[in-house]
Design a protein around this ligand. Structure first.
Ligand code: SF4
Ligand code: SF4
Length: 221
């Protein structure tokens, strides 16, 4: 049998205990929450990487990715080569009123065109405004945090290794070009230098070539 007033005493004990602890309540929006960098806030699109393969739209369980494109013919890069056709993106939109933030689209994209951004403050009063078109999706890209550092001893990613090798090759070529002695001058030596080398008298300073080359008329008349 419970002692009368024991419930009240327990309640007061909880109140006293909580009063002495530091508060963990964040006064949002005056205080911004400290979110983990990989928070699933909104999806950013890096359009340049998108090849319009449609994989993300096909795998999205909510069918909330809308993509329109057309084909374009690219002329042959070399004479006698073949023309190529490529997809050109016309529309890329995500309806965030349907999205369930599963991340499947980001996982399946083979070309690293979609990224999570921790931004979450994009509530709207009109549900239609929650469909973000490509320009808006691009703006989110600038809020995507840098990828975390690799584990010590991890294999270097292929694209970084390729870029590093190209940069090293270029630097080596520039160093080799700078170390080469200047090429000997191919221009003919000046007429005075030729004359000096042959032990002939040279023109006095200030006398022009025309004056020197003219035959002396004095004394012939
Ligand atoms: S996160 Fe999931 S639901 Fe949202 S767009 Fe991507 S695949 Fe679709
Ligand atoms: S999966 Fe990636 S590359 Fe393919 S359409 Fe989607 S965003 Fe573009």
């Amino acid at each position: 049998m419970a002692i009368p007033g024991s419930g009240l005493a327990k309640g007061l004990a909880v109140t006293l205990r909580t009063m002495t602890r530091k508060s963990v309540t964040a006064q949002y929006p005056d205080t911004q929450p400290d979110l983990p960098p990989r928070t699933r806030g909104v999806i950013g699109l890096f359009e340049e990487n998108c090849t319009v393969c449609m994989l993300c739209a096909r795998e999205c369980p909510d069918w909330c990715i809308y993509i329109d494109s057309h084909k374009e013919t690219v002329p042959a890069a070399t004479p006698g080569g073949r023309e190529r056709s490529r997809n050109v993106l016309d529309r890329f939109a995500i309806d965030f009123s349907l999205c369930m933030y599963c991340g499947i689209c980001i996982e399946v994209c083979p070309f690293d065109a979609l990224f999570w951004s921790p931004e979450f403050e994009y509530a709207e009063t009109d549900i239609r405004d929650l469909t973000h078109e490509r320009d808006k999706l691009r703006e989110w890209m600038w809020t995507v945090p840098a990828p975390p550092a690799l584990d010590p001893g991890a294999e270097e990613p292929k694209e970084i290794a390729a870029a590093r090798k190209t940069a090293e090759k270029l630097a080596a070529q520039q160093q080799a070009a700078a170390a080469e002695p200047p090429a000997p001058s191919t221009t003919e030596p000046h007429a005075d230098e030729q004359a000096r080398a042959a032990g002939q008298p040279t023109r006095p300073a200030g006398e022009s070539k025309q004056q020197t080359d003219q035959p002396k008329q004095e004394g012939r008349e």
